[in-house]
Write a protein that binds this ligand. Structure first.
Ligand code: IVH
Length: 680
């Protein structure tokens, strides 16, 4: 539906666009089952706006451009917003933004710079919270802008929403507006849990937030990792508000709301553009999804002079970032064999520009994922690429399926070595049973061994490893240290100089650390952080190799699954022989003195965690602090060295402040953990 025939007469194209937009808006709001991405929807809307602007006589009251949203679901009581909840106009380029600024200057008949409050456009659900005499009395969704849904019981479960306002000076009636969203880490763990029990996955953090909020049982909402960030006020009575938008945000913060810490005031539109670019660069690193930047004229007096058009204020605009979801066609599915033999289906896609890059492959995880998506070759699919995460197919648009769509057939034999593919009961993953007989598994094991975070053998890249294995020169890990300069130089795209460099890099890699060596072995489920924990706990390779499963589980972050794989690894003669062969080549490391308390960087320090953490879970933070030698206590006392306080921190923070203890926020904690080599 997104490609339009050429129209000579704008009335026909306008009618067609309206029909499509109404259809998609119904699918999105009422059925919760969209057929196109937000970006495609935005493009249709943008085109309709353009045509209507050029042909104002064709604008009708029922055009999708003339209304804010869609009808609410019937299950919740309706709330009539005292002041409509409007939407925002969009800008997609610097030119659009400059035109917005110019419209403001023209309307205000000034030539001066206009100051803008610059805020992140959080990708969640708009919410209205009504406070009477400081008490939260009502929470509502935006709905169609005039009528929303009453979600009071649900919003009361969200910890960053104050049930009673703090401080003083707030109006007797205060309606606070903001966005409820799900941080990325919470979204990932929610989907991981759903995947593990075979439940439907959420397509993106925004859908997860919407689904969590629209629960008739507030207990379900309470169990979901939701946050609310306040960004404006609506209805106000019996009190005065600051004169600037940034002043209002500061007041909201003082009254107990979470406001976004990236917010800044720009002295003119050029500075505002700089803000857009800076945030764009760190968009992927933020703990939550954003889809643009909102610029608001900071002076409320000027805001009032500028006023509104039917659906949006003239004093604000949303400058969008490249969309993270687009639709494309699944051309084929191929199967790759990984280091542990896992046979992973990989989607070959018609190339599509999404999340700022052209994507032509996406991971499909496993057979369950294909079944869950009900995916067939030839389908139109929605691809999501958020940050540096591997692109994913998140949805199939079944209404677009054609008759020649084909089933995806999972191979019974390894596509690389022909060994049988086995599926272990309770495991979604299918595995090639060939072990190191399988060239694919050998290649992956060597690539992992040589990788930067493992033995860091510079220059020994994927292509070279593939050639060395294919030519039969390298059959196991230790073989890479026997390869000669001449053999390296004879490989494709290799010269004598690069061969020399690799020989040097191989030599250099021999001086390593215990943690890196453990990680390099590629034991199943032993990532970098776990390897480091093993090294810190056991101090020597021998102690780790001899440990039984019970002892292994004493190590921070290690449960029965990891303990099982480690014990299994060391029970195999071939692995012991492989390690011995590597050590014979001269690989060495310093053992760690585990008996001396100063061995670990945070030994002797006690931490207390309180409030919400966004980047990592409380359990993760605890495990990582423990791995660095710190103690993590449940309550604050004079013996506490540091209190890590996230949003919503309450009595523990107050006590810490009363005792004059050192308080750090999550960013400082993350920095500390990174500084000491913990992977986040
Ligand atoms: S201001 C009259 N500020 O974007 C101004 N909106 O179409 C109304 N949004 O669904 C909104 N972050 O929920 C504003 N910092 C922010 C925002 C924001 C996200 C959402 C809002 C609405 C949409 C605007």
């Amino acid at each position: 539906m997104s490609t339009l025939p050429l129209f000579d007469n704008p009335a026909f194209e306008i009618a067609e666009l309206r029909k499509q937009l109404n259809h998609h808006s119904y699918r999105y709001y009422a059925l919760d089952n969209p057929e196109i991405t937000d970006a495609e929807y935005d493009r249709l809307m943008q085109r309709l706006r353009e045509l209507e602007e050029k042909n104002p006589l064709l604008i009708t009251a029922d055009s999708p451009t003339q209304r804010v949203g869609a009808t609410p679901l019937p299950a919740f009581t309706t709330v009539v917003h005292e002041l409509p909840m409007l939407s925002l106009d969009n800008a997609f380029s610097d030119e659009d933004l400059l035109a917005f600024n110019q419209r403001i200057l023209d309307r205000l008949k000034i030539n001066d710079d206009v100051e803008y409050a610059c805020e992140l456009k959080l990708d969640g659900i708009a919410v209205s919270l009504l406070y009477q005499d400081g008490l939260l009395v009502r929470g509502a969704t935006r709905g169609d802008g005039t009528n929303g849904e009453d979600i009071t019981l649900n919003v009361r479960t969200i910890k960053s929403i104050p049930l009673r306002l703090q401080g003083d000076g707030y109006p007797a009636v205060l309606e606070v507006r903001g966005e409820i969203y799900m941080p990325k880490a919470g979204f990932d763990s929610l989907n991981d849990k759903a995947r593990a029990i075979g439940e439907k996955l959420f397509v993106n953090p925004r859908n997860a937030a919407a689904g969590s909020l629209r629960q008739l049982d507030p207990k379900v909402t309470a169990s979901r990792p939701l946050e609310m960030c306040a960004y404006s006020v609506g209805w106000v009575d019996g009190g005065e508000l600051p004169e600037t938008h940034s002043g209002i945000l500061t007041a909201l913060k003082n009254w107990g709301f979470l406001t976004n810490r990236e917010t800044q005031v720009a002295k003119n539109i050029q500075d505002a553009m700089g803000f857009y670019r800076r945030i764009g660069e760190k968009r992927d690193a933020l703990a939550y999804d954003i889809d643009g930047i909102v610029f608001k004229v900071n002076s409320r007096e000027l805001q009032e002079k500028l006023g509104f058009i039917s659906r949006a204020p003239r004093w604000a605009i949303a400058y969008k970032f490249p969309a993270q979801e687009e639709s494309t066609i699944l051309l084929d599915v191929e199967f790759q064999v990984g280091r542990t033999g896992a046979v992973t289906p990989v989607a070959r896609l018609q190339p599509v520009f999404v999340g700022g890059v052209t994507v032509s492959n996406a991971t499909l995880h496993n057979r369950d994922e294909i079944n869950r998506l009900n995916l067939k070759i030839g389908d139109t699919v929605i691809v999501r690429r958020a940050g540096d995460v591997i692109p994913q197919i998140v949805q199939v648009i079944e209404s677009k399926r054609t008759v020649d769509a084909r089933d995806i057939v999972f191979p019974n034999e390894c596509p690389v070595c022909g060994s049988p593919v086995e599926t272990v009961a309770d495991e979604a993953v299918a595995r090639c049973s060939g072990g190191l007989v399988c060239a694919a598994q050998r290649k992956e094991a060597i690539k992992h061994f040589a990788s930067r975070k493992a033995m860091n053998i510079e220059g020994l890249g994927d292509k070279l490893v593939e050639q060395l294995v294919d030519s039969g020169l390298v059959n196991n890990l230790a073989d890479i240290y026997s390869v000669t300069r001449e053999q390296l130089a004879s490989m494709d795209r290799m010269g004598e100089k690069s061969a020399d460099n690799i020989i040097l890099a191989l030599e250099k890699s021999k001086a390593t650390s215990l943690a890196k060596f453990i990680y390099a072995l590629g034991i199943r489920e032993v990532g970098e952080a776990t390897a480091r924990n093993f090294a810190n706990y056991f101090g020597s390779f021998e102690a780790l190799a001899e440990a039984d499963q019970e002892t292994l589980q004493q190590v921070p972050d290690v449960g029965p699954v990891v303990a099982h794989f480690v014990a299994e690894f060391f029970s195999q003669e071939s692995n012991i022989a492989a390690v011995a062969a590597l050590r014979n080549h001269g690989i060495y490391w310093e053992n760690i003195n585990v008996s001396s308390p100063e061995a670990l960087p945070l030994s002797g320090l006690t931490y207390v965690l309180t409030g919400t953490l966004e980047t990592l879970s409380r359990d993760d933070a605890k495990a990582k602090l423990l791995a660095l030698g710190a103690k993590v206590a449940g309550s604050v006392s004079a013996k506490t060295d540091y209190v890590v306080a996230g949003p919503g921190a309450g009595s523990k923070l107050a006590k810490a402040e009363a005792l004059g203890l050192k308080v750090m926020d999550e960013t400082a904690l993350v920095e500390l953990l990174r500084e000491h080599g913990q992977e986040l």
